[in-house]
Write a protein that binds this ligand. Structure first.
Ligand SMILES: Cc1cc2nc3c(=O)[nH]c(=O)nc-3n(C[C@H](O)[C@H](O)[C@H](O)COP(=O)(O)O)c2cc1C
Length: 190
């Protein structure tokens, strides 16, 4: 199954290879050094005022803690049947205010997105896949993890190696088979 992007202009192979699969290989864990490298890439992302408002809660399956399970349980029902095969499940949160003056950071969500994109490209360079999700239950994240004042749960990330779509429910496997479409450059360049 080839999910490569088909760009209209030449771009780096990392962008061509990156995609968001529904099928993850449940039998292939991600080692801790690799997980550390992914968050190191996120850590060095640019951000407004260098505020670094991204926060993550990282669940690694079978690491002797229940964090992976707790993160899994914070996903909406529609994301659980496929995300359960990912050996690493992560919650993305933002610090909504600046540390130095308490004012709202209007770039916080933007900067979490940038950090997760950097993480994703580091992952792709290591043969991994990342599938982000907006489908989480933020109230459940707060009740479960008590992330602290001014910390807003926003996304989740499923991280692991590509799996076989035949091993996941058909409705999700079909999504891995559908055409990857994009707006034309003429539509996004205003
Ligand atoms: C912030 C964000 C939230 C997303 N939320 C979900 C989600 O909750 N469930 C889901 O199945 N896919 C989700 N996706 C995946 C997108 O549907 C996917 O990125 C898009 O269809 C383009 O496919 P590609 O990443 O393979 O190029 C999300 C992606 C992003 C970046």
């Amino acid at each position: 199954m080839n999910r490569d992007a088909k760009p209209d202009h030449p771009i780096h192979a990392l962008f061509i290879k990156r995609h968001s699969p529904y099928a993850f290989d449940p039998a292939r864990p991600v080692d801790v050094a690799t997980v550390n490298a992914l968050f190191e890439a996120a850590r060095w992302t640019m951000s407004s005022y260098n505020a670094q408002p991204w926060r993550y809660i990282v669940g690694i399956r079978d690491d002797g803690t229940d964090t992976w399970q707790k993160v899994h349980d914070c996903l909406v029902e529609g994301n659980q049947p496929w995300a359960k095969n990912a050996p690493v499940l992560v919650l993305g949160l933002v610090k909504t205010t600046f540390a130095h003056n308490g004012n709202p950071n209007s770039a916080a969500e933007h900067d979490l997105g940038a950090a997760s994109a950097f993480l994703t490209l580091e992952a792709v360079s290591r043969g991994l896949c990342v599938h982000q999700m907006i489908g989480i239950d933020p109230d459940k994240v707060i009740a479960t993890f008590a992330p602290g004042p001014d910390i807003k749960p926003l996304t989740a990330l499923a991280i692991g190696y590509q799996g076989n779509p035949e091993h996941i429910p058909e409705a999700y496997a079909a999504r891995d088979g559908r055409l990857r479409e994009r707006l034309a450059q003429s539509e996004i360049l205003l």
